[in-house]
Design a protein around this ligand. Structure first.
Ligand code: NAP
Length: 246
């Protein structure tokens, strides 16, 4: 059976995606910081879907251990490892980040530096293999900077550009790179942000991401209509956009 490695699988979209892949009979390696939770999820998915699921520790914010930890995951996946999905991300506290550079740094490091470094390790692995896919969750927030979350948006915008280059690098080696740009998804990331419009469930997001992977898409908005919303938002002239409270 094919195996997929999901980083950030213990919660939110990553957790729903693990269930989606398991329901399509993929073996799984679930990676993340909350090892205890991942072990429980692995046992549950293994029992429910009769697939092999392992839990492995990876901390995207620990640059010293990141490469070795991911290499352990790729080794555990062996020849059946078909793909890597990066679901980890950190919204943080944009208000606090204005006064606390440590929080600002955390937002930038998890969403860009740590993410790009993890993807580099995955790229080298699959490039050598000559097949497979790499899928990463960026965000619509990366399409245009807004005052309410511009550090997060800048990091995701950088990640989107990074993924463009990676897709170009891995095209000829035969590795598909999928950029996912979710709009609002009902996970703890948006908890406490008041009533948001057009919020999708993590299950719906997971179904869309699974389809994008199996159909070998390049860039997908989740749900699809965010492509049009962001087209309009990007088209607003900067002289007007800078006056908006967004
Ligand atoms: N929800 C939305 O509206 C939305 C919109 C656009 C994009 N996204 C993106 O979608 C992805 C999934 O987000 P979500 O909504 O599912 O949020 P979530 O429920 O908060 O899940 C975030 C995941 O990232 C993991 N993570 C955070 N820091 C980590 C680190 N240092 N090392 C390893 N894992 C780490 C978390 O693990 P811990 O439990 O250990 O913290 C958790 O598994 C993120 O990249 C997010 O930016 C979400």
């Amino acid at each position: 059976m094919p195996t997929v490695l999901i980083l950030g699988a213990n919660a939110g979209i990553g957790r729903a995606l693990a269930t989606e892949f398991a329901s399509h009979r993929y073996d799984l390696i679930l990676a993340g910081r909350d090892h205890e939770e991942l072990v429980i999820l692995a046992a549950d998915l293994g029992l429910r879907y009769k697939v092999s699921v392992r839990a492995m520790p990876v901390d995207l914010g620990n640059f010293e251990s990141l490469e070795a930890a991911l290499k352990e995951c790729f080794k555990a996946g062996g020849d059946s490892l078909e793909g890597f999905v990066l679901c980890a991300g950190h919204m943080g506290n944009p208000g606090a980040a204005k006064k606390d550079l440590r929080e600002a740094r955390r937002i930038l490091e998890i969403n860009f530096t740590g993410s790009a470094l993890a993807l580099e390790v995955a790229a080298n692995h699959f490039e050598q293999k000559g097949r497979g896919f790499i899928c990463a969750l960026s965000s619509v927030a990366g399409d245009r900077g807004r005052q309410s979350n511009y550090l997060y948006g800048a990091a995701k915008g950088g990640l989107t550009t990074y993924l463009q280059g990676l897709r170009n690098r891995l095209y000829h080696p035969g590795v598909n790179v999928i950029t996912v740009k979710p709009g609002f998804v009902d996970t703890r990331m948006v908890f406490g942000k008041g009533k948001l419009p057009l919020v999708a469930s993590p299950d719906k997001a997971a179904r869309d991401i699974y389809r994008a992977v199996t159909k070998q898409r390049d860039v997908v908005y989740v749900p699809w209509f965010w492509r049009f919303i962001m087209f309009i938002i990007r088209a607003i002239p900067e002289s007007i956009f800078k006056r908006l409270r967004m």
